[in-house]
Design a protein around this ligand. Structure first.
Ligand code: 9Z3
Length: 318
């Protein structure tokens, strides 16, 4: 299916042949301002990528290939990083899960409200039994927003994602080892180069379309070696076959020379992940009881990542 050629040397070609998204300069300005504001003292900044990327089949996109991922991992992790006093860049797929609002998906938010209809004096109140649920989330939300501790930037296509990722790294590079990259987005391994996509909707009367995906460039390579060489980089490795998870995580570490890979299986990702470093592997799991108590695995993942990051900063003698 895909043209087999070395992917690492094609990242430059990608940027030379794909236009940035239309809101790119606006996002770059926001990223620069955010990094400048937080790049002081001991403040740590985390870039969280979250949600799946799309591969459009047409420029005027009616259809696209998608990568699964609702963005739960990234959105939950953002809240825990804020609790650890990190400044958070939340780079997510548009319309995927976001921190804070994720607690009230579907009808649940409206169900918490009471409508008191009194003509022009109509009021809306929170139902008494919902206050306990809403208050802590609202307090965390207000605190993060009022202190300017979180920045949201979004992508849809894999190409948007690549452009934003490089821009975010360039803005973060001055933060040295206090920058943490937490790459939880489900990024497509395949794409169709822009020059090979038709402008208009593919028509059925022309017969079965011949769609050829190509290997996407692996941006972790230039990211680690060139764009942000002093940061603490954590990538996630998603597999569906337990037998290859650790070996694939190790292969990524030795190929890209970053610090930590968190491996997870699609089927069990909510209750088990494996932290893989060049010299060790250890599981982070949730027990049945912890799940029943409403605990989230991201709480443990983030605590562990933060302590790895602390060790990393110390080892860099900054
Ligand atoms: C992950 O493995 C994330 O943990 C999940 C989270 C996508 C499984 P959800 O959004 O799921 O909570 O539903 N992300 C990384 C996936 C990925 O594309 N990794 C690349 C790879 O495996 C390397 S960066 O090659």
């Amino acid at each position: 299916m895909a043209t087999m050629r070395s992917t690492t040397e094609h990242w430059e070609e990608f940027y030379a042949t794909h236009l940035p998204p239309s809101d790119f300069e606006d996002n770059r300005t926001l990223l620069k301002e955010f990094c400048k504001r937080h790049n002081k003292g001991n403040t740590r900044i985390v870039l969280i990528t979250s949600g799946g990327t799309t591969v459009p089949l047409e420029h005027n996109t009616v259809r696209f290939v998608d990568n699964f991922s609702g963005g739960t991992r990234g959105a939950a992790s953002a809240e825990y990083f804020l609790e650890h006093n990190y400044a958070v860049i939340y780079m997510h797929r548009l319309k995927s899960m976001e921190p804070f609002t994720r607690h009230f998906s579907g009808q649940t938010f409206l169900d918490m409200l009471e409508l008191n209809e009194r003509g022009p004096n109509t009021t809306i109140t929170v139902k008494p039994d919902s206050v306990d649920v809403l208050a802590p989330v609202l307090a965390s939300y207000k605190s993060a927003h009022d202190s300017g501790s979180i920045l949201y930037v979004n992508f849809t296509t894999v190409s948007d994602y690549f452009w934003l990722l490089r821009a975010a790294c360039e803005c973060l590079t001055d933060c040295g080892p206090r920058a943490l990259l937490y790459l939880a987005a489900a990024v497509s391994d395949f794409y169709i180069p822009s020059s090979q996509i038709p402008i208009h909707k593919i028509q059925s009367h022309t017969g079965v379309p011949n769609i050829q995906l190509q290997l996407a460039p692996k941006m972790l390579a230039p990211l680690v070696s060139l764009w942000i060489p002093h940061a603490f980089v954590v990538s996630f490795k998603l597999e569906t076959d337990e037998n290859i998870l650790i070996s694939k995580a190790r292969a990524a570490l030795s190929k890209y020379k970053h610090t930590l890979v968190i491996g997870n299986l699609l089927q069990t990702r909510r209750t088990r992940v494996v932290f893989v470093t060049p010299t060790s592997s250890s599981e982070v799991t949730l027990t049945r009881e912890q799940i029943l108590n409403g605990m989230e695995i991201e709480d443990n993942i983030v605590s562990n990542v933060v302590s790895h990051h602390t060790d990393f900063i110390k080892s860099q003698h900054y």
